[in-house]
Design a protein around this ligand. Structure first.
Ligand code: SF4
Length: 403
């Protein structure tokens, strides 16, 4: 699929990016029944703040409504945390608060832990049009579950899919993390193939990265994890990604695979392609034009700031310089199947050296030129494995990079 958003045009001799229209809305629900050992997101396992959080969210939704009336929502993504793990009465209230930001006919995604899908929650989800459900399966097998500190039941993704399909009309996605030495790549690929054959719409697959201030990072510091855990995880992830493409999955972003081009996550694609987005809830991000905000991380601060004089709960605000926006544009688009316009890249960098780099990456099989629409520089599977190195080579050619 060629998406319609990534267009370029010449204005007074300049090329400039046209952003996809509309606003993608993200809502952070910062509650989970328990904390996983690899989790670096501020979530609370206590329910004592749920009511205050929902009050504050309702105020934030009221505040952004005028903005959304001029730039309507094109998608809604409710993540966390685990929104569907809220008690049913809180989940009902969440749906009621969000009813005014549901996109007309656009995609609505809810993240969910598989075990949260009780009959009551599925009944509520059934009322949502254009629903996409992103299931955090994360790991297969007891060893990986134990490493990640997932205390959920060890379940079969295939049985989960077979159970959900007749109960819920939705586009279904599953998230997985490739771990280290104990990870069985071949076993994972067998499961992925069975899921593909049974009609799963989407897969997200990430290598395990040990973030700071997590239980896993503490275990690493104490020497209680394998020395090369992350290297082994990255190697397993690379093997799995190549296997998924061989099975017929469409890799449209470095870690995201759809069963066909019509099943991509439109919300994320909008964000990656530079569209405006609003994030509501603690720690959520917003970007409108070249201005970026991040809400305060702590639930308590979020509630306090929204309550006291109905202030915007901003923790951080920055205005992107044109060159920062361009570097961000390059990096996010190198991650995508649609790649980067060659004309744009040459117009923004030292063109002779950039052309040399393009030719070299194409010759070595790390990239190809796609001429379907405009000429685009697109990374191959091998190229995506060394994305950072390729991006750095081009970053150095932007004016003011110091090279
Ligand atoms: S389910 Fe996700 S958000 Fe919740 S604790 Fe685990 S990793 Fe964090």
């Amino acid at each position: 699929m060629r998406t319609n958003q990534m267009n370029f045009r010449t204005d007074s001799g300049e090329t400039r990016t046209l952003r996809p229209p509309g606003t993608a809305v993200y809502v952070q629900v910062p509650f989970c029944p328990e904390r996983c050992d690899y989790c670096s997101i501020p979530v609370s396992a206590s329910r004592s703040l749920t009511g205050d959080y929902l009050d504050a969210l309702a105020r934030e939704v009221d505040r952004v409504r005028p903005f959304l009336s001029s730039r309507p929502p094109v998608s809604l993504y409710v993540g966390g945390g685990s929104p569907t793990s809220l008690p049913v009465e809180d989940f009902d209230r969440l749906l009621s608060i969000l009813s005014t930001v549901f996109p007309q006919g656009g995609e609505v995604t809810f993240e969910s832990r598989p075990e949260a899908l009780t009959k009551e929650i599925v009944d509520r989800l059934r009322t949502i049009r254009s629903l996409r459900l992103s299931l955090g399966v994360e790991s297969l097998g007891k060893a990986s579950m134990a490493l990640l500190g997932r205390r959920s039941e060890d379940l079969s993704p295939v049985l989960l899919l077979e159970d959900l399909r007749p109960r819920l009309e939705a586009s279904l996605s599953m998230d997985f993390i490739c771990t280290g030495e104990d990870f069985d790549s071949e076993g994972f690929l067998e499961v992925a193939e069975a899921l593909f054959l049974r009609g799963l719409d989407h897969l997200s697959v990430y290598p395990l990265v040990i973030e700071e201030r997590t239980v896993l990072s503490l275990r690493k510091e104490q020497g209680r994890t394998g020395e090369s855990l992350e290297e082994a995880a990255a190697e397993n992830w690379r093997r799995v990604c190549s296997g998924l493409v061989r099975q017929g999955w469409f890799r449209y972003e470095v870690s995201n695979f759809a069963r066909d081009p019509g099943r991509v996550c439109r919300h994320n694609l909008h964000v990656w392609q530079g569209g405006d987005y609003l994030g509501l809830g603690p720690g959520a991000h917003q970007k409108t034009g070249i201005v970026r905000y991040e809400n305060v991380l702590s639930i308590v601060d979020y509630v306090r700031m929204s309550g006291a004089g109905n202030r915007h709960p901003t923790g951080h605000r920055e205005v992107l310089l044109p060159e920062e926006e361009e570097i961000e544009h390059l990096y996010t688009n190198l991650r995508l199947f649609s790649g980067v316009s060659v004309r744009w890249l040459l117009s923004r960098t030292e063109s002779g050296k950039a052309q040399e780099a393009i030719d070299e990456f194409v010759r070595s099989g790390l990239a190809r030129i796609d001429s379907t629409d405009t000429e685009s520089f697109v990374l191959t599977g091998e190229g995506l494995c060394v994305l950072d190195a390729i991006a750095s080579r081009f970053f150095a050619l932007f004016p003011g990079s110091g090279e």
